[in-house]
Design a binder for this molecule. Structure first.
Ligand code: NOJ
Length: 830
């Protein structure tokens, strides 16, 4: 069963059957003002932080599903009938109303045909201003004149999510609303600069609302600032009293729950179209006035040319990013994901770092060390500034012992400015003892991810100088002076590698500590294969950088050799790679285990890290295919745990087939694709890729339930009754990793310090593919030909017709001058 399709031209996912089983979400805003909304305009808006500066309210995990939202109601003032452009919350029967939702890149269009009126509401946030624009268009497709009232409605939140949910005795009485000059201003009086506004502008002067007089209400009241006045008692957003009556009541108050509700009156002759905008923004009435003036600027006949220009600029912003890498392969699903949705999701993850969605509803902000470090590695080509910003934040979140602070606010490690006025919503800087945790609370993998991220950033940008920039360590940092013991990025990397070398257990495998990548494997002093393999991967990246910088890497090359030996000696169990050891020395993920016999992480990372021998690597990945493959992707482990075992961890307390307990956990799947390409098995890599690709679930929504344009955190595994159902879309490390593994390993286009490497591993059935890659401001139009139907091997490469040397690691195209454009032809051969 399907509910929509990928519109390749507009780069939109079009939901043309609107009653999807669960919310299908999207993000708007790419800077400070951001929102997350579903296919029916339910969702919320925040400024910088969804925890501390929430603008509109969201009743998470509630019924009716995912409300309130940013709604446009349309009312026929002759009949009294009304509907919403986004289908819900009024929710006319799909037999009578045709609703479409178009999820685009940082915008959403809700389209509706009902009762002879076509309408559209576009939500987006301009690149330059902290204002959400609701661009509303209406057309009279009937053969009679129509008199309509249009209501824009959103419910305001108290900024601090905790204050919005608790302690209402304070917040309810120190916030107020007022209407003046057509602008609703909400004043969070308990904050120094706590203001929001809601206003509107219309293409032509509104007709007088005479039609409403018949209801005996105040025909001229066209606003409500009080939620309960607009909605009415014993009602909901489905049937607000104001919309039903056809007029607002002009409510406002000091104290209470506030909303932005504005009514505009529209008259349309048959065939006539009109346009109006609602603006919801950060700041006070003056800010609203400025934004209204700016976005009502007309250009000739176009009353909202400034809105159109802002929308076009947003489109160009994404076009430019996506143009950094575009592919044309025989796999339509891969093209669709890599050319649009996968990079979009990876970028959104870097922007919101797991703290704003319908699942992560804003109570936990800050940066998760490992997630952020991995996310930052995936987008240096499309967003080098953001990548660098995140890397620097993580470098500052590293302790001098060499471990990372698992979850932290970047502000903790910036010089503090004392607020002039302390309101209850000012979040105090936690004392140092709460900012810096000890080793027992350290996740053993966290900081190791940072090293490849830094090195990949340098490979992408050529910014070798980054390695020598100096930053303080988190535990030495004094927020009052803004100072601490500073060392170079290069030295930070050494401390991370030394920490992992030091923190090993009896088998000389890295300790698991609070957890490794797998949050639910809590081994404490037990040992984690994944961390040792990751240590090896980080060492190979570091040594490559050291060599490029002409520095002595001998100590770390020896360290890598030692890690390899310990891993082969202790982890190869004859069938695959053991996942680890508990503190009492029991093996996990080995053939002798009754449950949790085989895990994805140890086997994929054995290969990916370069630590496994090719022969063992092949056998291990064959076992992954044999025991972990399902048509929806690879399971994390098998068999699922059925009994709690606290020496292993929380994974044994999660139901079978979901989350880390043998679900198809998306994030490690791309590790398997990459591992298979290292082994040269393009068919196997593609089989795994296609199984996980959400695009391939588009027609199976009765099983999948969630949106097919996004990777999700996990898909229920065969042990669960809902096998195949996706969970937690959007905010997941699988976004970046899918992109990284597919582009760098499967298609094999990898930047190195001085050259662009082309080393694909594809299904033998692919006759060719092409990639357009922008690298350091030069364009490479790459065609890879596969005349012999093989998976891996590059024999011949021509750059603008000139032969380029090829080796076992593929073709290496020397970096070309910025601004130049080149043609590269690669021929595959054993
Ligand atoms: C989700 C967490 O955000 C991530 O850090 C972790 O690696 C995975 N779960 C797996 O446990």
């Amino acid at each position: 069963m399907k509910y929509g399709f990928f519109d390749q031209n507009s780069r939109e996912y079009v939901i043309d059957r609107i009653d999807v089983p669960v919310s299908w979400t999207n993000y708007i805003g790419v800077k400070d003002l951001c929102g997350v909304f579903n296919h029916t305009a339910g969702g919320y808006l925040f400024y910088k932080s969804p925890e501390f500066h929430r603008i509109t309210r969201f009743r998470q995990n509630g019924v009716p599903m995912d409300r309130p939202g940013h709604y446009v109601y349309v009312r026929d003032d002759d009949s009294g009938d009304y509907w919403t452009l986004s289908w819900q919350p009024v929710g006319k029967s799909p037999d009578l109303a045709k609703n479409i939702c178009r999820h685009g890149l940082s915008y959403i269009k809700y389209q509706c045909k009902y009762s002879g009126i076509w309408g559209e509401q576009t939500l987006f946030i301009p690149l330059e201003d902290p204002v959400e624009i609701w661009d509303v268009k209406l057309r009279n497709d009937s053969d009679r004149k129509r008199r309509l009232s249009v209501f824009g409605y959103a419910e305001f939140s108290f900024h601090h999510i905790q204050i919005d949910n608790q302690n209402l005795q304070m917040s309810l009485y120190s916030s107020g609303s007022s209407h003046q000059d057509g602008i609703i201003e909400v004043d969070l009086f308990y904050e120094a600069e706590g203001f929001q506004y809601f206003t509107a502008a219309q293409q032509s002067t509104p007709a007088q609302p005479a039609a409403n007089e018949q209801h005996g209400v105040n025909a001229n009241a066209y606003f409500d600032c009080l939620r309960d006045a607009f909605i009415g008692p014993y009602r909901s957003e489905t049937n607000p009293i104001a919309v039903e009556m056809g007029a607002c009541s002009g409510s406002s108050e000091l104290g209470g729950n506030h909303c932005g509700a504005l009514r505009r009156v529209v008259e349309l002759e048959p065939g006539e179209e009109t346009r109006l905008i609602f603006l919801l923004g950060e700041g006070n009435r003056e800010a609203g006035k400025t934004m209204r003036a700016k976005y009502s600027t007309s250009n000739g006949t176009n009353a909202f040319s400034a809105v159109d220009a802002a929308f076009t600029a947003l489109g160009d912003f994404w076009k430019e990013k996506l143009a950094k890498l575009s592919v044309s392969t025989p796999d339509e699903g891969m093209n669709t994901m890599l050319n649009t949705w996968n990079l979009y999701q990876a970028e959104i993850n870097v922007m919101f770092s797991r703290f704003a969605s319908f699942i992560e509803v804003g109570g936990r902000t800050g940066l998760g060390y490992r997630d952020t470090a991995q996310d930052a590695m995936m987008i240096p080509h499309s967003n080098p500034e953001k990548s660098r910003e995140r890397l620097v934040q993580l470098i500052k979140g590293l302790t001098s012992d060499g471990y990372g602070i698992h979850l932290f606010s970047p502000e903790w490690f910036e010089k503090q400015s004392t607020p002039a006025f302390k309101s209850p919503t000012v979040v105090p800087l936690p004392p140092k003892s709460q900012r810096i945790h000890g080793i027992a609370d350290t996740c053993a993998d966290d900081a190791l991810w940072l090293i490849p991220s830094i090195v990949e950033y340098i490979r992408e940008t050529g910014d070798l100088g980054f390695a020598d920039e100096k930053y303080p360590y988190a535990d030495t940092f004094d927020p009052d002076t803004g100072e601490g013991t500073s060392e170079t990025v290069y030295d930070h990397m050494k401390r991370i590698l030394d920490f992992s070398a030091r923190e090993t257990g009896p088998h000389e495998i890295c300790k698991g500590l609070r957890a490794d990548w797998n949050d639910c494997l809590n081994l404490g002093g037990g040992e984690s294969a994944m961390v040792s393999f990751l240590h090896h991967w980080a060492l190979t990246h570091f040594c490559a950088l050291a060599r490029r910088l002409g520095r002595d890497a001998a100590r770390y090359e020896e360290m890598a050799a030692k890690v390899r030996q310990s891993c082969e000696r202790e982890l190869w169990n004859g069938s695959w790679y053991t996942r680890g050891f508990t503190a009492s020395g029991r093996a996990i993920g080995s053939p002798d285990c009754k449950e949790g016999r085989i895990f994805m992480e140890s086997n994929t990372w054995a290969v990916l890290s370069g630590a496994a021998s090719p022969e063992h690597g092949k056998t291990a990945m064959d076992a992954v295919d044999q025991y972990l493959y399902t048509p929806y992707g690879l399971k994390l482990c098998d068999p699922a745990y059925s009994e709690p075992d606290d020496e292993i961890g929380f994974v044994t307390r999660v139901y079978k087939g979901i989350k880390e307990n043998a679900a198809i956990f998306s994030h490690p799947n791309p590790w398997a694709w990459a591992a298979e390409t290292i082994l040269g098995r393009g068919d196997r890599a593609m089989k795994f890729y296609d199984a996980l690709n959400p695009y391939n679930q588009n027609d199976k929504i009765e099983v999948r339930k969630i949106e097919p344009y996004m990777y999700c955190q996990f898909v229920a595994g065969p042990d669960h009754s809902a096998f195949g159902r996706g969970h937690h879309p959007f905010m997941t490390g699988s976004a970046g990793w899918s992109y990284f593994a597919a582009t760098r390993y499967m298609l094999g286009i990898r930047p190195d310090f001085d050259s662009l490497v082309i080393d694909p591993c594809i299904p033998p059935s692919w006759p060719s593919f092409s990639v357009r890659r922008v690298w350091r401001n030069a364009i490479y139009n790459i065609t890879v030909e596969n005349p012999h139907g093989i998976s891996k091997g590059v024999k011949e490469c021509r750059l603008n017709g000139q032969a380029v040397t090829c080796g076992s690691a593929g073709a290496e195209i020397p970096a070309q001058n910025a601004g130049s454009e080149h043609h590269v032809v690669v021929v595959m051969c054993d």
